[in-house]
Design a protein around this ligand. Structure first.
Ligand code: AMP
Length: 397
């Protein structure tokens, strides 16, 4: 996905530009608790304002499913964004119709307007052409700057891009360039690290990766299903026994594609799924009936670190153990730190993404040292699965 139109290709001077952002920010008691997504929009907004464009922002917030729900209004976001921009941000109580038209008409060059939640209209989620046409009537150009929303074929992410001259914003383009470096056109050898709870949620991802990477490290709860498929005892561990055939198929696909599969060679087990539960490290044949595998052992981490040393590119999704519970975060933290170290000292390209992955890298204190960390959940996974993302397809040149 490297051939898409970019902001730099557009003539925005004096135009009204509709920008799709992801302002679906966490709010606690009316206060935005994490403004990362607002900050992500600033480069495009500054770029447009410097060129005298009138900027109209579109976003969803929550899942109101076509209804007006007061708690899901974007109104509190306008003053927060104004604080970051250092400029007033106007707000319109609807994203289409007379209210929106009047607010857009009142904009002077360089001014910014935030429209109300697109999902207050049912036409958003159904990708309705009439709704998208009403959005398109508000501007001259469409800029999508929300990678996290590109896996959805919604009116403000897909149809609208086909109704106006459209391009990727600066944040979206930056994200796509990094993702392309990791999986589209990476430097080999490429190592993929895939952890997390279940194989069932990542079958497509594993199947896609074995044909595209040189080494695939499977960790976390999902590795237990592979160990079970290999005839190893997994005791009371999280394990999807019904997916043993799927695990075997993925192992066969890996062998056929000359992809080395890296599974745990030792494990940390406990009888309780709790922080600081009494635990021990053991070999794969030594897990007792009552024990749960909660982390990878030190020999497994050493093998992964060696693979990281040999890799030019690492792509990472999912923790290697129950990382929320100390000390079962040890393998994830150690490998993440090693990956960050190689990124800083040896030119390794390291790209990570997915909700729990970001939390795990933050807990290890290394998120800033990876080449790129994507905060997009569903879109990042679908991209890793090799699926085409409707919001991106609509921007292809
Ligand atoms: P996912 O959303 O699929 O990336 O899964 C992340 C979750 O997997 C985290 O909440 C981890 O605690 C959990 N997890 C990872 N390894 C294990 C394990 N060995 N046993 C139980 N849960 C695990």
């Amino acid at each position: 996905m490297s051939h898409f139109r970019r902001l730099e290709d557009m003539h925005v001077e004096g135009k009204t530009v509709l920008v799709r952002v992801d302002f679906n920010v966490p709010v606690q008691e009316g206060v935005i608790s994490d403004d990362t997504r607002l900050r992500a929009a600033l480069p495009s907004l500054d770029w447009l304002r410097e060129r005298g464009a009138r900027v109209v922002l579109l976003s969803h917030f929550g899942r109101p499913k076509g209804h007006r729900i007061a708690d899901m209004s974007l109104a509190p976001v306008a003053p927060a964004l104004a604080g970051l921009l250092g400029e007033p941000v106007a707000f319109a109580d609807d994203c289409i119709g007379a209210v929106a038209q009047k607010a857009v008409a009142a904009l002077s060059p360089g001014a910014v307007l935030l429209l109300e939640n697109t999902r207050f209209h049912s036409g958003e989620a159904t990708n309705d052409v009439d709704f998208a046409t009403q959005l398109a009537a508000l501007g001259d150009i469409f800029v999508n700057d929300a990678f996290s929303c590109t896996h959805r074929a919604h009116a403000s992410t897909e149809k609208l891009a086909r109704l106006l001259p459209s391009c990727a914003g600066l944040a979206l383009a930056r994200e796509l360039d990094h993702l392309d470096q990791a999986l589209g056109h990476p430097r080999h050898p490429v190592l993929a690290v895939v952890g997390g709870a279940k194989v069932s949620t990542k079958i497509d991802l594993l199947k896609n990766l074995v044909s595209r990477v040189d080494i695939l490290c499977v960790g976390g709860g999902m590795a237990n299903t592979f160990l079970h498929a290999m005839g190893k005892p997994v005791g009371a561990s999280l394990c999807e026994a019904d997916l043993a055939d799927t695990a075997r198929q993925i192992m066969d696909n890996a062998a056929a594609a000359s992809c080395t599969l890296l599974l745990p060679v030792d494990v940390v087990v406990a009888q309780k799924f709790a922080a600081h539960a009494p635990h021990r490290t053991c070999g794969l044949d030594e897990v007792a009936e009552a024990e749960m595998i909660l982390d990878a052992g030190p020999h497994s981490v050493a093998a992964l670190n060696k693979a990281i040393d040999g890799a030019q590119t690492v792509i990472w999704n999912g923790p290697l153990g129950a990382f929320e519970l100390e000390p079962f975060d040890a393998a994830t933290v150690a490998a993440a730190r090693h990956c960050a170290h190689r990124t800083k000292t040896a030119g390794l390209v390291s790209v990570a993404g997915g909700g729990d992955t970001v939390a795990a890298l933050n807990a290890a204190g290394v998120a800033a040292d990876f080449s790129f960390v994507s905060t997009a959940g569903g879109a990042f996974l679908e991209w890793m699965e090799g699926k085409s993302l409707p919001g991106l397809e609509a921007l292809k040149s």
